[in-house]
Design a protein around this ligand. Structure first.
Ligand SMILES: [Mg+2]
Length: 235
């Protein structure tokens, strides 16, 4: 039975006064790149790992040219309609988030298409997660600002952590929330290697154990010796 709660925007989250961890879903909690690439192959397209972007890197199998961005968007929408309930979890994510939720408010902030949000929440619930989830559109800055303001109104100086694979979302978070701890997390090894550096990043990793230790150290007040840039899962 699903215990995930799809909540109606950032205003709907009532902070408990504990530290706040806001966590993206695609390529952070659920695999995205690998199942998207497999879906594209089944439909005659290929995702070329040439740079950290989907648009501009999808080609028709047998042709070399990148397909137009409007078609990429259609294919991604089709991917979510077909696969939103079968995206595999990222290794270690469910266990780490479950432990983290024992001492922090964990909120999932995902840009899944609104039409698939309920199905995503149900899928995450079946994987064993019991967390609030917000279906966002566009920049994540405004939702993060609302969540952080409410958390710090309840508990001043409350640590706020944001975990996402998207450089644009991380940059928006840095602008939107003072002293936010940015975790740049990309599960896929090839895409992790291609991900551009984001200024102000606190931790860069593809390993949930590393994230959990860093957040535990932060919340426990013991940051000494923590890496600014973490290794990959194999490091
Ligand atoms: Mg993502």
């Amino acid at each position: 039975m699903s215990t995930m709660r799809l909540i109606d925007g950032a205003e709907a989250h009532a902070p408990s006064g504990r530290p706040l961890a806001v966590v993206d879903v695609d390529e952070v909690v659920l695999q995205f790149i690998a199942p998207l690439a497999a879906f594209l192959e089944r439909h005659g397209f290929r995702l070329e790992p040439r740079s950290f972007a989907i648009t501009g890197n999808v080609t028709k199998i047998g042709g070399g040219q990148a397909i137009p961005s409007a078609l990429v968007k259609e294919l991604i929408d089709a991917f979510f309609r077909a696969e939103v309930e079968s995206q595999p979890p990222v290794e270690g994510a469910v266990a780490a988030l479950t432990r983290l939720a024992a001492y922090a408010d964990v909120v999932l902030l995902t840009n899944v298409p609104a039409a698939q949000a309920e199905r995503r929440a149900a899928h995450l619930g079946r994987l064993g997660l019991a967390l609030p989830m917000i279906a966002n559109e566009g920049s994540k800055g405004p939702a993060l600002a609302t969540l952080a303001t409410a958390a710090r109104a309840r508990a001043s100086g409350c640590p706020v952590i944001f975990v996402d694979d998207g450089p644009n979302h991380l940059a928006a978070a840095r602008q939107a929330v003072e002293a936010i701890r940015l975790v740049h997390f990309v599960a896929d090894p090839a895409w992790f290697a291609m991900a551009p550096e984001v200024g102000g990043t606190w931790l860069r990793t593809r390993d949930w154990g590393t994230v959990e230790r860093a957040i535990g150290g932060l919340i426990g007040g013991d940051e000494a010796g923590l890496p600014i840039v973490g290794g990959g899962a194999d490091a």
